[in-house]
Design a protein around this ligand. Sequence first.
Ligand code: SAM
Length: 196
Amino acid sequence: MSTLKQLEEYARERYIPVMLDDTKELLFNTVKERQPESILEIGTAIGYSGIVMLTAAPESTLNTIEFSEKSVALARKNFAEFDLTDRVNIFVGDAREIVPLLTGKYDFIFLDGPKGQYKAFYPFLTDLLAVGGTLFSDNVLYKGLVENIPEDNRHKHITVARNMRSFLDILTADKRYETTLYRIGDGVTISRKISE
Ligand SMILES: C[S@@+](CC[C@H](N)C(=O)[O-])C[C@H]1O[C@@H](n2cnc3c(N)ncnc32)[C@H](O)[C@@H]1O
């Protein structure tokens, strides 16, 4: 039986991205406090964050999206090891195609998938989130570049940084949400949906 710490080490040794420690603490505490019934996650990787959330909210179910079949296989194994298989559904495929097709309402959405796509996902995720629910978005300061966009258009990360900046501007101006920005990890926002 693996522990969460072992999963994290496994991922880091193989350069599989999983959330940073302080982000994990914030995610765990937020889910524990809000006890959502239904969670949607974009970016399963090996299931680390999914296990964190399902441990924090023992009555929750998780729908999670991942396009790497190799990661999905590891996630399935890890969810099984933590005895969580019955509480998890993995959509295997490209979130850009899956997100617009989703229906129903979620109480908690963890956005941790393709960094250049947050803005494109945003209207769909807003529809999918119940009033009173929480959108938890990771990497919103994207390597520090979002608040310091490089002037050189050839910069490797400039498109993602611009897209993320635009997402952050839209999210923080949206009156349907109360959003708090946390300058931890790679930058996190926690947004409570207060109206349709
Ligand atoms: C930062 S990792 C997720 C880490 C995970 N949430 C955790 O903390 O344990 C981002 C994941 O999104 C997946 N991903 C990236 N683009 C995607 C896309 N367009 N559709 C589905 N999954 C995607 C990657 O394969 C990767 O596993």
